[in-house]
Design a protein around this ligand. Structure first.
Ligand SMILES: *Cc1c(COP(=O)(O)O)cnc(C)c1O
Length: 440
C-alpha cells in the first residue's frame, strides 16, 4: 500500500494498524537538516515516505499546514533551566499539539479529493482536543464535511466553543446525551455498517492514521536541533501520554537515527502505561476523569504499533496479544523492562501542585497535561518536556494553582461568535438519521 492510500484509508485491510514497511535511517541527514526551519524540515522528512506522491502537491500540503501557527518558529523550544527545556507544541489554531498532524492531514485529504473527485464526510467522536483539531484541519476544504460527536456537558466549555463557533456550514458538532464511550460506540457501529458507510462516503480521522504519527516525528528532530550543542547528549523527552501516539512518534524518530537517550511516558491518574513499564502487566480498568482530560484513556490505541516494535515485527504475536487484551482486558509480559523508557504519573492533586511549583520555580505556566510531564525530572539528563496544550485552554486550574489568568486571543475571539450544534440522543439510529437527512 502506498502513502496516499494509507492516508486515505487509515486502517490496514485486516483491521490492524499500518506501520511503514521499514523506517529509513536518517542519521546521515542530521547535519544537513540542522538549520532548516520547521516547514522545510517537515518537507524533507515527508519526502522519505511520500513515495510517488506529486512533489509539488506534497510541498503545498506541508507548507500550508504550518503557515497558520502563531509563532514563527512553529514549535519554539523554551529553556527553563540549565538542563530543562519545554517544546511548545500549542501554537497551532486549536492550541494543542494535535494541530501538527491534523492541519497536514486536512491538506492531504484535500489533495486526495482533487485526485479522486470523491467527496469525504468525516465522522468521529471526541473527548475534546482531537475533535477541535480535526474540525480546524478540515475547515474550508471543498468537498469535506465534518460530523463530530461529543458527550454533551462532557468537554470543557472552551473545547466546545472551538468545535461549535467556527462560523462554518460544513461543520456539524453533535452533542449526544451520553458519555464519550457512548459517542465512540455510535461511531464504531456506524462504521460497521459498510453499506451506509460507502453510501455516505464516511471517513475517520483518528489517532491511528499513519500520517498523524509521522507528522509528529518531525518536532522531535526540530527540538533536538534547537538544543544548545553542549546539551545534546543524554537527551530525555518527556511526553504527556494518552493514546501513545505522541511518544510513539518520538520512538520512531529514535529508530530513524535521532540520538535520544530515553523517553518518559507521563500519565495522569489513568496510569495503566505507568503500571506496564513498572510491572509488565497491561490491564485496562475504567476511565477516571481528570484535570488533563485528553489523557483520560485506558486502552492506548497506538500501543499496538509499539508492540510491533517490541516483538521485533512479529505480526502474529501482535495480533494474538491484542486479541487477548480484547477478550481478557489483561496481558502479562514476561519482561517489559526497557532501558529507553520510563514512566511517571500525576493525579489531580499532583497536577495542581506541579503547576504551582513550575510557576514558582521557573515563572512558567503549564497546562494540566504538560504539568504531568514535570512529575519527576531526572537531573542527570538534558530534558525536553513536550508542552501539549496552551494553558489558556484550562484557565480555572491555572488560576487556582498560580493566581495568574491565562488568556489567548484565539479563545477570546471564539466568545464573540454564536455556537452552532445539534443535540441528539445517544442512539446510533438517531445519528444515522441525522446523517442521511443532512447528506441527501
Ligand atoms: C491528545 C493529547 C495528549 C495525549 O496524546 P497521545 O498522542 O494520545 O498520547 C496529551 N495532551 C494533550 C493536550 C492532548 O490533546
Amino acid at each position: 500500500m502506498g502513502f496516499e492510500d494509507a492516508v486515505a484509508t487509515g486502517l490496514a485491510p485486516d483491521g490492524g494498524l499500518l506501520v511503514p514497511e521499514a523506517l529509513p535511517g536518517l542519521s546521515g541527514e542530521l547535519a544537513a537538516w540542522e538549520r532548516l526551519d520547521y516547514a522545510d524540515l517537515a518537507l524533507e522528512f515527508f519526502r522519505r515516505f511520500a513515495g510517488p506522491m506529486d512533489a509539488g502537491a506534497l510541498e503545498r500540503c506541508v507548507r500550508r499546514a504550518y503557515a497558520g501557527f502563531d509563532d514563527p518558529r512553529t514549535a519554539p523550544l523554551r529553556r527553563l533551566d540549565d538542563r530543562l527545556f519545554v517544546l511548545e507544541l500549542f501554537h497551532g489554531p486549536t492550541l494543542a499539539f494535535k494541530d501538527f498532524a491534523l492541519q497536514l492531514l486536512g491538506n492531504l485529504y484535500e489533495h486526495q479529493i482533487g485526485r479522486t473527485g470523491e467527496t469525504i464526510n468525516v465522522l468521529g467522536a471526541t473527548s475534546g482536543d482531537t475533535g477541535a483539531a480535526a474540525i480546524h484541519g478540515l475547515l474550508g476544504k471543498p468537498g469535506v464535511r465534518s460530523f463530530i460527536l461529543y458527550p454533551r456537558g462532557g468537554v470543557s466549555p472552551l473545547q466546545e466553543r472551538q468545535m461549535t463557533c467556527t462560523g462554518s456550514d460544513t461543520v456539524f458538532p453533535l452533542a449526544v446525551a451520553g458519555s464519550f464511550d457512548d459517542a465512540q460506540r455510535i461511531v464504531k457501529e456506524i462504521f460497521g455498517d459498510m453499506d451506509f458507510r460507502r453510501r455516505h462516503h464516511l471517513s475517520a480521522v483518528n489517532s491511528i492514521n499513519l500520517a498523524r504519527v509521522l507528522a509528529q516525528c518531525v518536532y522531535y528532530f526540530y527540538a533536538y536541533f534547537r538544543l544548545p550543542e553542549d546539551r545534546r547528549d543524554e537527551v530525555e523527552f518527556i511526553v504527556p501520554t494518552g493514546n501513545f501516539g505522541n511518544v510513539l512518534a518520538g520512538w520512531w524518530a529514535f529508530r530513524m537515527g535521532l540520538p535520544v537517550s530515553r523517553f518518559c511516558v507521563a500519565t495522569n491518574r489513568n496510569d495503566i502505561l505507568w503500571k506496564l513499564f513498572r510491572t509488565g502487566v497491561y490491564e485496562a480498568g475504567s476511565v477516571k476523569p481528570s484535570l488533563a482530560p485528553s489523557m483520560d484513556i485506558q486502552v492506548a490505541s497506538n500501543f499496538e504499533r509499539f508492540l510491533h516494535e517490541h516483538t521485533g515485527g512479529d505480526a502474529a504475536r501482535v495480533r494474538e496479544t491484542m486479541a487477548t487484551l480484547r477478550e481478557k482486558g489483561r496481558v502479562e509480559f514476561a519482561d517489559f523492562r526497557h532501558d529507553r523508557f520510563r514512566a511517571t504519573r500525576a493525579d489531580d492533586e499532583g497536577i495542581r501542585a506541579i503547576t504551582a511549583r513550575v510557576w514558582r520555580k521557573h515563572g512558567y505556566i503549564v497546562d494540566p497535561h504538560t504539568a504531568c510531564g514535570f512529575a519527576e525530572i531526572d537531573g542527570a539528563k538534558n530534558t525536553v518536556v513536550l508542552g501539549t496544550a496552551h494553558p489558556a485552554k484550562f484557565p480555572e486550574v491555572v488560576a487556582e494553582a498560580t493566581g495568574q489568568s491565562a488568556t489567548h486571543p484565539t479563545l477570546e475571539a471564539l466568545k464573540r461568535r454564536g455556537p452552532r450544534k445539534w443535540d441528539l440522543p445517544a442512539e446510533t439510529g438517531a445519528v444515522k438519521a441525522f446523517l442521511t437527512e443532512t447528506l441527501t
